[in-house]
Design a protein around this ligand. Structure first.
Ligand code: ATP
Ligand code: MG
Length: 557
């Protein structure tokens, strides 16, 4: 799988190359990522971020981070802060200061007055129900509003009073005068301003009217000198309107809009509205719950920014919506962790092994490489003691088990402890119910880094943790949040497809001391168990908490 998009799978790159060749836009490339601060960023946004920032980087241009904050009712400063953090974490730097659509509100207002003076906008008093009736249907042209021919003076006066809060919400709107018979519904005298008596997270109570997305977006692009305004396919039908505003207003530049297919991933949802529902209904613990397909959720799960960028850059940028297999994302995550995560030992389902021929107070400090083929990742000390833990599944009393079939510890047979000695299982101690509670073993001297004689050949290598020096930890294991491949595409409520067993918490497990002492957000491969990360919020050296990121192999959750 390629980790960088090639020219052939990104038609926007081809357009930019042609523009540069033709000397368009004075040879400049300016893009923008324009989130609405009404939720956290998700994997679909990551694709848009990689595309916009990536193309700007590639062609020596700039990319703005601009908050499309024209709808105060759903927006919040919390989301502004989270979005900035996520973009930076993904590894991108926006040009100059963060931009806000709301800082252009004054300019938009002046442009609305401009349209009124040109006879191209009017205040309309139709109720929302009447307006929708006048709009017609796709197959039937609309009718002109009875307020369409108001004089410029009257329109200017009404708009001013709308702005000042003299009228109730829903009683009046400002509309563009375009064409009520257009086959494109977006051109049937679209709304430019609505009355909304709401507090805005940037402009406070300055405004009682707020511009529509359509009246804002293209003008924002023009003010910022955006050359290539890249958005998703649902805006294709809005493009004629985007262009209408640019033609009819004295804007400082003429950006062009290009649409590409949204990213959908199976077994997940990528809609802020639905993700918000998961948060509000407490299906998950928050926007950054490790099961969420949000950037902050995936980060907390242990996905690295590199893995996310590799995934996004490998996606086709096409003119159709598509669904990508989640396995493709998981492939990138695993690939990155295999290369970059330090190795450590953690026993998830412990059973104690007492090495009877080792003195009680002996602590042998073994040095182990942090990565099998990356010397630069250094090494750590691992204490080896008389009492250790191994995983319950790594021991069997069944001496008839084939050596190839069970490469672990078997009663009266040999196994190597990872990075340490070969041991032999001599005895299994059981409780009254017959459950094994302890294994007695003996160490084969002289086998540290050295093969034993053939009759003591170990069946395999297993991981272990010192019982006296290891640390107890909490491990959170995640499964898919949805049991359905397309949770939000059918007739049912997507919440009906939530996997009720998507989180399991394991306690009573043990980790080697060096790994327990790591900083939050340290990624590991726990030998033979999978990839794990110390939790960004809940982990500390005193109370280690790790999230399982992903299994070692595909299908191994
Ligand atoms: P949602 O439907 O999840 O609310 P949105 O499009 O309303 O998403 P915005 O904050 O408006 O969210 O999106 C910011 C940018 O990210 C837009 O340019 C949008 O086109 C892009 N974007 C959003 N979702 C996806 C997706 N699934 N794939 C690619 N780009 C996306
Ligand atoms: Mg949107």
């Amino acid at each position: 799988m390629s980790s960088t998009a090639t020219a052939s799978n990104n038609f926007i790159r081809t357009i930019i190359e042609e523009d540069l060749k033709a000397g368009n836009n004075d040879g400049k490339v300016v893009t923008r990522f324009p989130p609405e601060p009404n939720g956290y960023l998700h994997i679909g946004h990551a694709k848009s971020i990689c595309l916009n920032f990536g193309l700007a980087d590639e062609f020596g241009g700039e990319c703005n981070l601009r908050f499309d904050d024209t709808n105060p009712s759903k927006e919040d400063q919390e989301f502004v802060d989270a979005i900035k953090e996520d973009v930076q974490w993904l590894g991108f730097t926006w040009a100059g200061e963060v931009k806000y659509a709301s800082s252009y509100f004054g300019q938009f207002y002046a442009w609305a007055q401009h349209l009124i003076n040109a006879g191209k906008a009017y205040v309309c008093d139709l109720s929302p129900e009447e307006a929708s009736e006048y709009r017609g249907w796709a197959t039937q042209p609309g009718k002109n509003s009875p307020y369409r021919d108001r004089s410029a003076e009257e329109n200017l006066d009404l708009l001013e009073r709308m702005k000042n809060g003299e009228f109730d919400e829903g009683t009046r709107v400002l509309r563009a005068k375009v064409d009520m018979a257009s086959p494109n519904m977006n051109l049937r005298d679209p709304i430019l301003y609505r009355i909304r008596k709401e507090h805005h997270h940037q402009t406070g109570n300055d405004w009682c009217i707020y511009p529509s997305y359509d009246f804002a977006h293209g003008q924002e692009d023009a003010i910022e000198g955006v050359t290539h305004s890249i958005c998703t396919l649902e805006f294709q039908d809005h493009r004629p309107l985007y262009e209408w505003f640019l033609e009819n207003l004295p804007v400082p530049s003429q950006p062009k809009q290009y649409e590409f297919g949204r990213l959908n991933i199976n077994y997940t949802v990528t809609s802020k509205r639905k993700l918000k529902q998961l948060v509000d209904e407490e299906v998950v613990s928050g926007w950054n719950d490790p099961r969420m397909p949000t950037v902050s959720g995936m980060r907390r799960r242990g996905y690295s920014a590199d893995a996310l960028r590799n995934f996004c850059n490998g996606l086709a940028v096409a003119k159709t919506d598509g669904t990508v297999d989640i396995a493709q994302l998981e492939f990138e995550v695993r690939n990155d962790l295999n290369d970059n995560a330090a190795r450590a030992m953690c026993v998830l389902d412990p059973i104690k092994v007492v090495i009877t021929n080792m003195p009680e107070d002996k602590v042998e400090v073994l040095s182990m490489a942090n990565h099998p083929n990356k010397e630069e990742m250094g090494s750590r000390d691992v204490p080896f003691t008389r009492e250790i833990y191994i995983d319950r599944a790594d021991f069997s009393e069944d001496t008839t088990l084939g050596r190839k079939k069970f490469k672990r510890l078997v009663f009266e047979d040999y196994v190597r402890l990872r990075g340490a000695y070969v041991i032999r299982a001599d005895e299994a101690i059981k409780d009254e119910a017959g459950n094994i509670i302890e294994i007695r073993a003996s160490l084969v001297e002289g086998t540290l880094g050295v093969n034993p004689p053939p009759e003591m050949k170990p069946r395999g290598v297993i991981h272990w943790v010192s019982a006296s020096h290891g640390k107890p930890l909490e491990v959170r294991v995640y499964d898919r949040l949805f049991t359905h491949e397309a949770p939000d595409k059918g007739d049912e409520n997507f919440l009906d497809h939530v996997n009720s067993e998507s989180l399991s918490t394991i306690t009573g497990c043990w980790i080697e001391p060096a790994a327990a002492a790591c900083a939050p957000e340290t990624r590991f491969q726990f030998e033979r168990e999978g990839y794990f990360v110390s939790d960004r919020y809940d982990h500390s050296a005193d109370t280690p908490v790790f999230n399982k990121t992903i299994g070692l192999r595909d299908g191994n959750k």
